[in-house]
Design a protein around this ligand. Structure first.
Ligand code: ADP
Ligand code: MG
Length: 355
């Protein structure tokens, strides 16, 4: 059942369109990630949903009721939403307990009720033993938990998070990704989570919405977005892909020039015109010897750079056709720089994209 719905949602700042006619239906109780590079309109979309800014066009409905349109916009406090910002914005002079309880005091709940609810959330966010500390006595991850607890304690119907983990170090970020998912599963509010980090999105989300320049480029489950990208942008942004450009020459083959013909196992083949073929960096197989038999889906080139990364090697290769591609190979495939290499692009890993 759709709970939050965006219809042709648009926000312009002068000549600049930050959000450009976005349509999106978010089911009750799901966790949706808005994912995209910096400047693509994620924060603006979230602030529109929260009610901090008004749309230039289009509307937002929550539970079937229009809360934002160009002509009228309900204030944030009328929306039963909590928003968590990148900076945790905790009160420095209040303890963890008081920071979390603050929203309930504002709502004039009784003392006993405030105590019960606050303690329950402190338990759920693993902060019970830190309740009497001040923010300056907490690590970044603990502060982030407090900001989560504070948002959850008021039992919002909708939770909005804007890059909530970007101030944490890599280990904590990984832990908190799971934590946010766990809390979501426990409380089942409808969540909109903004991030530019694809691993974060893939860990947390039921639905990933990939944005580019104020538009939705593709929306789907994490598996959908990763396995079946519909554009070069999505193929490259999520998971890293090489893109070859060519023309269709058979039912499912694409001639990319310089003798490279790629048979593609999946994708979208236009009847005529250019086709792009995407293949993941880690799906390219490297060989130091020319393949016997040859055939399609082989390219040759020269190693420009090779980096040892412990679990794999990362290659940059200049193809004889002039393009540069990346390939990720097992550590035991060690081909020195400036040496010739052959690259196999397995057909079932090649995906055609209409251009
Ligand atoms: P993201 O969160 O995806 O990085 P934003 O939503 O913050 O992107 O911004 C989208 C675009 O809108 C950017 O080009 C940004 O510069 C512009 N923008 C955002 N807020 C304003 C504003 N208040 N005035 C003018 N331009 C803005
Ligand atoms: Mg932002």
């Amino acid at each position: 059942m759709t709970f939050v719905e965006l219809n042709k949602l648009t926000k312009r700042y002068g000549a600049m369109t930050a959000v450009n006619g976005v349509d999106l239906a978010i089911d009750k109780g799901t966790l949706v990630c808005l994912l995209g590079p910096s400047g693509c309109g994620k924060t603006t979309t979230l602030r529109l949903v929260a009610g901090f800014i008004k749309p230039s066009d289009g509307r937002i409905s929550v539970g079937g009721r229009v809360v934002s349109s160009a002509s009228a916009s309900e204030p944030p406090e009328a929306r039963n939403m909590s928003m968590i910002f990148q900076s945790y914005a905790l009160w420095p002079h209040m303890t963890v307990f008081d920071n979390v309880a603050y929203g309930l005091k504002l709502r004039r709940l009784g003392r006993a009720d405030i105590e019960t609810r606050t303690n329950r959330i402190l338990q759920a966010t693993k902060l019970a033993n830190l309740a009497s500390r001040y923010p300056s006595e907490l690590s970044g991850g603990q502060q982030q938990r407090v900001s989560l607890a504070r948002a959850l304690v008021v039992e919002p119907e909708t939770l909005l998070l804007d890059e909530p983990l970007s101030n944490l170090d890599a280990n904590l970020r990984e832990e908190m990704r799971f934590e946010i998912r766990r809390l979501h599963d426990e409380f089942r509010y409808t969540t909109v989570y903004v991030t530019h980090d694809q691993t974060e999105a893939m860990t947390a989300a039921n639905l990933i919405v990939v944005m580019k320049q104020g538009n939705i480029e593709q929306a789907g489950t994490p598996e959908d977005i990763y396995e079946r990208p519909r554009s070069e942008f999505v193929a490259q942004f999520i998971g890293g892909s090489n893109i070859f450009k060519g023309r269709r020459v058979g039912d499912n083959a694409v001639d990319c020039g310089e003798g490279l013909v790629l048979t593609c196992g999946s994708g979208d083949f236009p009847d005529q015109g250019e086709v792009a073929v995407s293949i993941r960096h880690h799906d390219m197989h490297l060989a130091s010897e020319r393949p016997s038999g040859g055939g399609s889906n082989w390219a040759s080139g020269k190693v420009i750079r090779q980096v040892y990364l412990g679990s794999h090697r990362d290659y940059l290769i200049s193809l004889s056709g002039g393009e540069t591609v990346r390939a990720v190979a097992p550590v035991n495939v060690a081909i020195p720089e400036s040496q010739q290499v052959w690259l196999h692009c397995p057909p079932d890993r090649c995906r055609a994209l209409a251009r």
